[in-house]
Every structure is written in C-alpha cells, then in structure tokens.
Design a protein around this ligand. Structure first.
Ligand SMILES: Cc1cc2nc3c(=O)[nH]c(=O)nc-3n(C[C@H](O)[C@H](O)[C@H](O)COP(=O)(O)OP(=O)(O)OC[C@H]3O[C@@H](n4cnc5c(N)ncnc54)[C@H](O)[C@@H]3O)c2cc1C
Length: 412
C-alpha cells in the first residue's frame, strides 16, 4: 500500500484540475501532496476532445486563473465580452427588440467576462498540473470503493489499487459516485429542457457582443469567441431538442439560422452539435466525513447565465483557503471543523444562485401574458437605472460577496 497523500481529488475535468492546482500547484504558497484520480486519462480528453462547450469566465475567475498561472496560456484564446444585450420575444431572428443592454460604460472596471472554449481551459490547466511536482495523476481506472475514515480516507480503484489521504475532494461530476457512497442527497429537479451547444462562424464581426434571447422554450444565447465565431447555447423543450438533434446536418443548420437571424451575415456551423439535459440540483450537504464536494458533484444549474463552472471555481477557491489555513496551523485538514467552514462559505451562495437561475428560467420560459408584460417592463426599467445596472455587472463579474483570496487574485 502506498504512502498516504494529503488529498485525493477524484475527477480530472475542469473542477478537479482547478482543485489540484489550488491545493498542490506550483503557485501555491505551501503546496500539499495531491493525487488526481480519473477513470479517463485527461491527456486524451483535455486538448483533443471537442465537446463544443465554451465557458463565460467571469472577471473574478480570471483573477483566479492568473493566480494559478493559467491565464497567460489561455489569454490569446479568450474573447472579452464588450457588450451584452437581452431580448424577450416570441419572434425569430432579427425581429427581436433589445430590452436591456450593458455596454462599455457599464463595465468601466473592464469586461465582466471572457469567453473561452473548454478545450483550451482543460489544456492549460492540465499542462500546469503536469508541471507541478506535488501533483500526481493516477488515471485510467474507475474508483469503485470509498472509505471515509475515521483516521484516513481511502479509495480503491477497479484494478485493486488503494490510495489513502487525509481528505477526498470529489469533483466527479453531476452523478458523483463519491457523493452517493457518502449518502449525500440532492435537492432539485430536472427541467423539460435540453441545452444544444454548437460553434458557428459568421461573415461579420460580433465586436465582442454577447446576445441572450429569451424565448418561450428557453434562452438562445450567442456568445462571442475569438475571430468571427460564436458559441451557441440554445435551450429547447426536450422533445423539440431531440427532434432537432435527429435532423440531417443541413436541416439542423437551417433551423439554427432561423433563430440566429442575419445581423452577422451568413452563418455556418463549424462544430458538431451536442445536447445536454438541463437540471437544477444542489447537494443537501457539501461535505461528509473526510469528504468535500466541488463543482457539478455539489451543484448543477441552468446554464442561462453561464455560471456553472464559475460556481465550481468558487467552491475550489473557498475549499483551498480553508485547507491551506488549517495546514498552516498544523491542524488535521480533513477534520469536521475545517469542512464545516467550507460548507458555510459555499452552500448558501450556491442555493441562492441556483434559486435565482431557476426563477429566471420559469419567468422567461412561458407565454403567460401578464408575466410577459411584467418581465418586459422590468427589463426596460433596469435598462434605465444606472445604479441597478452596475449591481448586475458586479454580479456577472463574480466580484460581489465574500470572495476567497484566489478569486481576488491572491495566492493561498
Ligand atoms: C449547455 C451547457 C453550457 C454551459 N456553459 C457554461 C458557461 O458558459 N460557464 C460556466 O461557468 N459553466 C457552464 N456550464 C457548466 C459547466 O460546463 C460544468 O459546470 C463543468 O463542466 C463541470 O465540470 P466538473 O469538473 O465539475 O465535472 P465533469 O466535467 O462532469 O467531470 C467529472 C470527472 O470525474 C470523472 N469521474 C466520475 N466518476 C468517476 C469515478 N468513479 N472514478 C474516477 N473518475 C470518475 C469523470 O471521468 C470526469 O472526468 C455549462 C453547462 C452546460 C450543460
């Protein structure tokens, strides 16, 4: 049996790699010994796979990437959002009046977010983790058994290898087997909606404008990528999404063009199309004995504000601060008191954000005439109120609330 490490991170996707870097990366002030376990080898899926997804990285998350030594590797692939427009209409394409607009004057502190394709984020985080001497990868085998203490936690892989550590950080995704093994329940529900994701190329430049078009079946977002390209997150009722996904590529592209409009000239798909079932789930506890959940293992939100991964980074930043503070004092990093601090920091914020996303989805994804009138009047009112707009911009930039050090750009 190998020597115990400080931490086992389960999951080498976006949140797992971020956790490994925050805890054991080269930039950590006092890096801990971290073992990252994944059923898949991230060297296979990080750079080469193209799942079509891109992420809106908030200003706070950008600071965290700077502190972790990632930003410089992805900066050339990042598209700043210079403007955000919001419409609310049953009409397709170009016939949607803009009800709310955030421009450079509303974002005086810099863009509230940058769009980056996930494959670039994965690649940069993986390179940095591989170059960090205190991070070790054990990949290609599934975790099949968990032991949560009391003295040390342990995981057993499919090939019989057992790994031990003071703490397990589960970043093992929305179906988190670690969460299930610990008996932690989920609160939430699936939506009768799917998120269709694709990348398109268009004739005219987007000039950094992000577009959120609310429709009765869900939001249709056009998010700017470097060059004349945009990432689409197109929410549809499940049956309609399944019909669209089953269409021949040309027929799908025609449907897409109808919703997209002609304001950016001719539009062509330059990626495959992917469908993700949408849901809102929050774990009823973020920790168990010698276990902390992070990322989709702890919460899954509607992607209408592109906050999922950003919330995961908030988990990672708060957890890393709790753990490094405890380690600096010589305390047991897997103890209940340390994990309680993490739960208190993160769970309320997550529930509040999840409820806000859920409320917005319900408010917009319907044709009730009274609600339609109210929400359109609301959007236009916000558009006229500078103070309220700056609150929205701070929220979108992720710079409000009690921020952990990493999200302020400080090392831990
Ligand atoms: C349509 C859509 C658009 C989105 N857009 C945005 C956006 O703009 N901005 C944003 O911030 N977020 C966005 N999100 C959310 C974001 O994509 C997710 O929150 C994020 O990818 C979750 O990453 P994760 O690392 O937590 O989990 P995952 O990516 O699910 O990774 C889990 C890992 O754990 C491993 N694993 C699981 N079980 C085991 C086991 N037993 N043993 C070993 N390994 C295991 C898996 O192999 C996998 O590699 C979007 C989501 C959707 C659906």
């Amino acid at each position: 049996m190998s020597k115990p490490s400080d931490i086992i991170v389960i999951g080498a996707a976006l949140n797992g790699l971020a956790a490994a870097l925050a805890l054991g990366g080269r930039r950590a002030k006092r890096p801990l010994d971290v073992v990252v376990v994944d059923a898949k080898d991230p060297r296979g899926f990080a750079r080469n796979s193209f799942d079509g997804r891109a992420s809106a990285i908030t200003a706070a998350a950008r600071r965290m990437f700077e502190a972790l030594g990632i930003w410089q590797s992805v900066a050339s692939e990042a598209q700043p959002m210079a403007e955000i427009i919001v419409t609310d209409s049953t009409r397709p394409g170009d016939a949607r009046p803009v009800l709310l607009q955030f421009g450079p004057d509303d974002m005086k502190g810099g863009p509230s977010a940058h769009m980056i394709e996930n494959r670039h984020l994965y690649g940069a985080m993986l390179d940095e983790a591989l170059a960090s001497p205190r991070i070790r990868f054990v990949v290609g085998e599934k975790v099949e058994a968990y032991d949560f203490g009391p003295g040390l936690a342990a995981v057993t892989l499919a090939d019989g290898t057992t790994l031990r550590a003071s703490l397990i950080v589960a970043a093992d995704g929305r179906n988190s087997p670690a969460r299930e093994a610990a008996g932690i329940k989920l609160v939430g529900w699936p939506y009768d909606q799917m998120g269709l994701v694709a990348t398109v190329e268009h004739e005219l430049p987007h000039e950094g404008r992000a577009e959120e078009h609310f429709t009765p079946s869900g939001p249709f977002a056009i998010l700017p990528l470097p060059g004349n390209r945009s990432s689409l997150v197109w929410s549809e009722r499940t049956a309609e999404a399944e019909r669209l996904l089953a269409l021949e590529p040309d027929a799908f592209e025609e449907e897409l063009r109808l919703r997209f409009g002609t304001h950016l000239g001719t539009v062509n798909m330059v990626s495959g199309r992917h469908g993700y079932p949408l849901a809102m789930y929050v774990a009823d506890r973020f920790t168990g004995p010698r276990l902390a959940l992070a990322g989709d293992a702890a919460h899954v939100l509607h992607p209408l504000a592109g906050l999922g991964f950003n919330l995961g980074l908030r988990d990672v930043a708060a957890l890393a601060e709790c753990i490094h503070d405890a380690a600096a004092l010589g305390l047991d990093i897997g103890s209940e008191a340390i994990l309680d601090r993490y739960t208190q920091w993160r769970r309320f914020d997550t529930v509040a954000t999840g409820a806000a996303m859920d409320g917005m989805n319900r408010l917009f994804a319907n044709t009730n005439p009274v609600l339609t009138l109210l929400r359109r009047a609301g959007l236009m009112a916000v558009n006229r109120m500078g103070g309220l707009k700056s609150v929205f911009v701070s929220e979108a930039a992720g710079i409000s609330g009690a921020l952990p050090k990493l999200l302020r750009g400080e090392q831990v």
